[in-house]
Design a protein around this ligand. Structure first.
Ligand SMILES: Cc1cn([C@H]2C[C@H](O)[C@@H](COP(=O)(O)O)O2)c(=O)[nH]c1=O
Length: 212
């Protein structure tokens, strides 16, 4: 059975770059790696609806924290069998965002902490009812909301990728960062490793820790 390792962090933290570096480093250490990212834009109708919601095209549903969270959760539920089969075939399954994204963003939108009702609800729906696998470890790629916004703006200019309504909401991003810190401190679902996303990482030593 492979290890499910999840990368979490703010929009613009550099999760995709870290996923690429970790994939190469795991391979260098002889581990086979499968990667996935959530939401599964272009692959699932629920993820495409999420995108509509993020860009204000779902009316009141986009404004509903629980409504949007259900869409994200259904997208993952639809990938459950694929995830379980990946875990049976690879040593490491590396995910760019998972259940904790729902917990952090939803709680932040509701101005709740990681000890609030929303975070418990996410676990009860996604882990207890949908039966999604619990991560072996979660990596919090920690950057300030200012640096994340700078990177997201740069990506917007370079890739012509329009920032969604949440990405351009800096106070929201600050609260998301706080909830992530709390989730890591309380080892929500599994152990968390907090890594500094503002400097170059020692990826080989990180993979060593994750494989130990
Ligand atoms: C995967 C996921 C993302 N999100 C948020 C984080 C981002 O602001 C936004 C889109 O994610 P993305 O920028 O990684 O594509 O959705 C949730 O609120 N819940 C989730 O389950």
């Amino acid at each position: 059975m492979g290890r499910l390792i999840v990368i979490e962090g703010l929009d613009g933290a550099g999760k995709r770059t870290l996923a690429d570096k970790l994939t190469a480093a795991f391979a260098e250490q002889g581990a086979t790696v499968g990667t996935r990212a959530f939401p599964r834009y272009g692959l699932s109708v629920t993820a495409d609806l999420v995108q509509d919601g993020l860009h204000g095209r779902l009316g009141g549903l986009g404004d509903s924290v629980y409504g949007m969270a259900v869409l994200y959760a259904l997208d993952r539920q639809g990938a459950r069998d694929d995830l379980l089969s990946d875990l049976a075939s690879f040593d490491v399954v590396l995910l760019d965002r998972f259940v904790a994204s729902n917990a952090a963003y939803g709680a932040a939108r509701l101005h709740e902490s990681a000890d609030g009702a929303f975070v418990s609800w996410v676990k009860s729906v996604e882990i207890d009812r949908f039966g999604l696998p619990v991560p072996h470890a979660q990596l919090l790629l920690r950057v300030s909301a200012e640096l994340a916004a700078e990177r997201a703006t740069h990506r917007e200019n370079v890739d012509s990728r329009v920032r969604d309504n949440w990405e351009s909401d800096t106070p929201l991003q600050v609260r998301v960062g706080q909830v992530y810190d709390e989730l890591a401190t309380k080892s929500w679902l599994s152990p968390w490793h907090v890594v500094d996303g503002s400097t170059d990482l020692d990826v080989l030593s990180l993979t060593g820790t994750l494989l130990a």
